[in-house]
Design a protein around this ligand. Structure first.
Ligand SMILES: Cc1ncc(COP(=O)(O)O)c(C=O)c1O
Length: 387
């Protein structure tokens, strides 16, 4: 057995980005400032987005995007049960009610055909998640939003660099929230970004992310700034640091190469595992898209594998290979069962996927030899060893 642990994800940090972080540390300005401004304008250019608001996380982005819409208690936000808890948590923390719609088991994204039936007079927002980096079918979703006068906040935590019908996620639609957590396609350590075409929303988010202050610190303490400020509304402390942006500027430059490598590795898994009865593989939809391959997520077929997902993950770990679980069905966590009355069977397609899903190692720095090791270990586990 190889002694080195292969994680399911690892960030690729270039020497140039390390030098930029060091330069930032030596510059005398490490919080929000010129590097954050640079990173924001780079993202705007990359995504063809009029506003790119940098924050401490995508969780903060979901929080502020929803708060800026001034939802009232009882207002409803439609989303998917196959997501990270932050999606639902932020809906609840803004006083709204999450309304879930089951997934399309082929793409694992929200089934856009089922959304209309979930719309009520209290629905205000649809929040699709581009799961694993595969774009949701946005055209019919935007058509529904227009028909019912709803806002669309895309949880694009997995989807930087993904494309829908030839345009980047972030370049179309209403509002998007990206994550730069270390497992994501590009990272700032922790970090996130809201892109939007709505000037008023952008202005509110900019206020909410920094105390509700009309001038951020760089504008007050810089040479051209004035020290005074006004508080326009009570706000949070969700601003990205220049230290983080120093990383982000270089990660964005490398993103295209990262996604190309992720795609090569994902395609290889798809080819090699295609005939394995132990897995059901991710499927791609007919509409034109570019998958960002944040995650490679097959389902375990318990009977053919001779083990369930938990056993598979434990046995991979024994072989020094990390795997991930993205995600357990979010409606079945105790809080959501107790407060919203969700129960097993409510969203059977998502539940069936969530019980069997597993994330195999996939990251841009992963070598062909490392992928061979993952494949060989799984092959031997399924074919040559007793369970
Ligand atoms: C779908 C989804 N939404 C939101 C988030 C929150 O992102 P962050 O960790 O940047 O707050 C995540 C993080 O994993 C996620 O997967």
């Amino acid at each position: 057995m190889s002694e080195t642990f292969l994680p399911f994800s690892r960030p690729s940090i270039s020497e140039a980005s390390i030098a930029e972080v060091v330069e930032c540390l030596r510059s005398g300005w490490i919080t929000t400032g010129p590097r954050t401004a640079q990173f924001s304008s780079d993202l705007k250019a990359f995504l063809s987005a009029p506003h790119a608001l940098l924050l401490t996380s995508a969780t903060a982005g979901l929080h502020l995007a929803l708060l800026a819409l001034e939802l009232q208690p009882g207002d409803e936000v439609i989303t998917t049960p196959l997501t990270f808890a932050a999606t639902l948590n932020m809906i609840v923390l803004t006083g709204a009610k999450p309304v879930l719609v089951d997934i399309d088991p082929a793409t694992r994204n929200i089934d856009v055909n089922l959304i209309e039936a979930a719309i009520t007079p209290r629905t205000r927002v649809i929040m699709p998640v581009h799961f694993a980096g595969l774009p949701v079918d946005l055209d019919p979703l935007f058509a529904l939003a227009e028909k019912y006068g709803l806002r669309v906040i895309e949880d694009a935590a997995h989807a930087i660099g993904a494309e829908y019908r030839g345009r980047k996620i972030g370049a179309i639609g209403d509002t998007q929230v990206f994550s730069f957590h270390p497992n994501k396609n590009m990272t700032t350590g922790e970090g996130g970004c809201v892109t939007t075409r709505d000037d008023t929303l952008a202005e509110k988010i900019a206020l909410l992310r920094f105390h509700g202050m009309d001038r951020e610190a760089w504008n007050r303490f810089g040479k051209s700034g004035t020290q005074d400020y006004e508080i326009i509304m009570p706000g949070f402390k969700y601003n990205m640091l220049d230290l983080q942006a120093a990383l982000g500027i270089h990660q964005l430059k490398a993103l295209e190469g990262f996604i190309e490598r992720r795609t090569e590795l994902a395609n290889r898994y798809q080819e090699v595992l295609a005939d394995w009865p132990q897995f059901s593989l991710p499927q791609e939809p007919d509409y034109a898209h570019r998958h960002a391959w944040h995650l490679y997520v097959p389902l375990i077929n318990d009977a053919a594998a001779g083990m369930d997902r938990g056993t598979f993950m434990a046995r991979m770990k024994e072989k020094n290979i990390g795997t991930g679980l993205h995600y357990r069905a979010v409606h079945l966590y105790p809080y959501y069962r107790e407060t919203l009355g969700f129960k097993p069977g409510d969203f059977p397609l998502a539940e069936s996927v969530c019980e069997r899903i597993v994330s195999l190692p996939l990251f841009p720095g992963m070598s062909d030899a490392e992928q061979d090791r993952v494949i060989d270990v799984m092959y031997n586990m399924f074919n040559n060893e007793t369970a």
